[in-house]
Design a protein around this ligand. Structure first.
Ligand code: UD1
Length: 430
């Protein structure tokens, strides 16, 4: 077990290169088993969630060959199993994409109910199940929470999602890519990673149109082939460093991004008085002095992403005036507030709303990451705070940020990763 030790107060200057998108990779890696061929995937982020997806692929019989730090070749010719045990799914929610992918390839999937980031509320999968059933598969939830989906032949269908769900949209796309006939997903999610998955599948020979709008049409094809594909840059990683630069002050070029994907974040930073300059593939953040307050409501894309909510809360906690955050995607996503208040933030939570009374300074404290994005928020808070902040539960941060310490140090942050040692035995805690 490690912790991050941050001595706050440094302004940030320089350039940060953004890695490939976690949430796109988590959909594209399982999609590679839809073909009995080899897919070469580039710009794969080097993060623990992706490593677990590779382990699942290997368990299923695929071979995953690293070409370099961010490129792999996935050979799915020998995939012969269709069961994913809880031992593997417990680590991350996106493991349920193997239901759609295995159904698409074999017409059967047995996948244990997924674990993953727990924001403190329920994370249902009813819309996934509804989609699989409308495609003609029989879905049962067995003892030990195994989802068992079986179909002789998936048949295209009209599927209206009752709620805009990223996961259900992806899972249905995976299953429908090789179904017979036309599938139309209405009220589909529009996130950049949905478009990236559609582009990947189309490069494999699928026929998917409309990704990025709320109606996606999938003409099923009988076979998909191997391909070479490069994953888009990570919207949330980019947004996290944008907010870090805005909160800590300085000037940072966030490089290798698609500025269009960052518009909702850019708009809020500008509202807070931060200078944001857009280039073709990068965004420059310049900030000095205290930000202004603003209100934020999280929404499905193209709204402000819920996965940026804890990070922007840190910026607003040192802003002049009072800000209100409305969380409209998840029932509960304010557990991190308790940690921030240890650092001197003044935040009152009422259900899905947080009222933040900006304070002039945060002060360093021992805190923990409650989940991946809450962990990123604690790191930003540590950069801003006076004194030393120690962030525990770094495993959460490792799930979604490639080399966060190296990237922040390269722009002047005083942050290091150190092992947690038992004070009595002096032995590293594992
Ligand atoms: C994905 C992201 C997660 C992000 C979320 C919203 C990945 C791996 N994770 O999660 O980081 O916070 O999108 O942008 O991409 N819902 C239902 N029934 C369902 C499915 C979802 O009611 O069958 C509800 C959820 O409870 C939630 C809302 O729909 O309130 C959105 O969830 P969804 O878009 O499915 O999120 P995930 O795909 O799990």
């Amino acid at each position: 077990m490690d912790k991050l030790v941050i001595n706050g107060g440094n302004t940030l200057h320089g350039k940060i290169d953004i890695s490939g998108a976690k949430n796109a990779a988590l959909a594209i890696v399982p999609a590679a088993i839809l073909t009995c061929d080899v897919c070469r995937i580039e710009n794969i982020p080097n993060i623990s969630d992706v490593s677990i997806m590779f382990r699942i692929l290997s368990e299923l019989g695929a071979s995953v060959r690293p070409i370099d730090a961010n490129t792999v070749e996935i050979d799915s010719r020998n995939v012969q199993f269709f069961t994913v045990p809880y031992e593997l799914t417990k680590h991350l929610r996106a493991s349920y994409y193997f239901i759609g992918a295995l159904l698409g390839r074999f017409g059967k999937a047995r996948v244990a109910m997924p674990g993953g980031c727990n924001f403190g509320g329920v994370r249902p999968i009813d819309q996934h199940v509804k989609g699989f059933e409308l495609l003609g598969s029989k879905v049962t939830i067995e003892e030990n929470a195994i989802v068992n989906a079986v179909s002789d032949q998936l048949i295209g269908s009209a599927i209206y999602l009752d709620t805009v769900s990223v996961g259900a949209t992806i899972n249905i796309m995976l299953a429908a890519a090789r179904a017979k006939g036309l599938t139309v997903i209405e009220n589909a999610a529009k996130e950049p990673h949905i478009v990236d998955l559609a582009n990947f599948l189309n490069t494999m020979g699928a026929d998917i149109r409309g990704a990025g709008t709320d109606v996606i049409k999938i003409h099923g094809v009988s076979e998909l082939h191997g391909c070479t594909y490069s994953i888009i840059p990570d919207q949330i990683e980019a947004g996290t460093y944008m907010v870090a630069a805005a909160a800590a002050g300085g000037d940072v070029l966030i490089n290798n991004v698609i500025p269009k994907h960052l518009e909702s974040i850019t708009a809020k930073l500008v509202e807070c008085g931060v200078e944001v300059e857009e280039f073709d593939e990068s965004i420059l953040i310049k900030s000095d002095g205290r930000p202004r307050h603003c209100n934020v409501k999280t929404m499905p894309h193209p709204g402000f992403p819920t996965d940026m909510q804890p990070q922007i809360a840190v910026l607003l906690s040192i802003a002049e005036g009072t800000s209100i955050i409305n969380e409209s995607v998840w029932d509960s996503r304010f557990r991190y507030v308790e940690q921030l208040t240890h650092m001197g933030a003044s935040i009152k939570v009422d259900g899905k709303m947080a009222v933040i009374q900006g304070v002039e300074h945060l002060k360093g404290a021992p805190v923990k990451a409650d989940d991946l994005r809450a962990g990123a928020a604690m790191v930003i808070a540590g950069l801003v705070a006076s004194g030393t902040t120690e962030v525990e539960n770094v495993v959460y941060i490792d799930r979604g940020y490639e080399d966060i310490v190296g990237k922040l140090r390269s722009v002047g942050a005083d942050i290091q990763r150190v092992p947690i040692v038992d004070p009595d035995t002096r032995v590293r805690v594992s």
